[in-house]
Design a protein around this ligand. Structure first.
Ligand SMILES: Cc1cc2nc3c(=O)[nH]c(=O)nc-3n(C[C@H](O)[C@H](O)[C@H](O)COP(=O)(O)O)c2cc1C
Length: 196
């Protein structure tokens, strides 16, 4: 099972990228799993649709190619201005159904303060129409994110670390189930390219 991890911040040395690296390490350490981590500071993508659709954005093209064969995704969405960051919305928009259709996505909302739920609610409500992603009914809200996933000894007893490990277990179970589902019922994207 290959899991794509989208660290949804365009900032250098972001908390999203740090927590994304924790997920990559955790996933790569498990038998039968591999992780593909994307840091949108290191690989920025265009906000201009015509540049994406015209194939002019080399970063985007390479990223999309590396993610199409993923079975599942972890999306790390920082709360910015009480909403999901622009770059993660942009990625969910442009990677689209070719990458996400009928695949499970585990949402991780993070905040340096007391937020983190709002980007999850926003993405669950307003990003799935055309990419057909399946946001699983298990998610993670990381408040005061700099205090968690630090890799020190206390981490193993941290509720959020335990919950994240359970989230990965859940995501893998969905990945296996939805791989079967997509084989049994491939999505007809020619007839129904967009959701209603
Ligand atoms: C433009 C901007 C707006 C932000 N707005 C919020 C916010 O509304 N609520 C919140 O809890 N944190 C907010 N933060 C702080 C982030 O939670 C913090 O930067 C955290 O480290 C996650 O973002 P990162 O992945 O870019 O590091 C904001 C940060 C930025 C850069």
């Amino acid at each position: 099972v290959k899991i794509g991890i989208l660290a949804g911040s365009s900032r250098a040395n972001s908390e999203s990228a740090r927590i994304g690296a924790w997920f990559a390490s955790e996933i790569n350490g498990r038998d039968g799993l591999s992780a593909q981590l994307v840091d949108f500071h290191e690989t920025p993508i265009s906000f201009v649709p015509e540049e994406i659709w015209g194939g002019q954005d080399a970063n985007f093209n390479a990223m999309k190619s590396s993610l199409v064969d993923c079975d599942a995704f972890v999306v790390i969405a920082p709360e910015w201005g009480g909403a999901a960051s622009p770059v993660i919305r942009n990625a969910l928009l442009f990677l689209g159904s070719a990458v996400f259709a009928d695949k499970p996505v585990y949402l991780v909302g993070i905040s340096s303060g007391r937020g983190g739920l709002r980007p999850i609610l926003e993405i669950r409500s307003f990003s799935y129409k055309n990419n057909y992603a399946c946001y699983i009914p298990e998610w993670l809200v990381v408040t005061e994110c700099d205090k968690h996933f630090t890799g020190d000894a206390a981490d193993d007893n941290d509720y959020l670390v335990k919950r994240a490990r359970y989230g990965i277990d859940t995501l893998v179970a969905y990945a296996n189930a939805l791989n079967t589902m997509r084989t049994a019922h491939p999505r007809d994207l020619e007839t129904y390219q967009f959701g209603m």
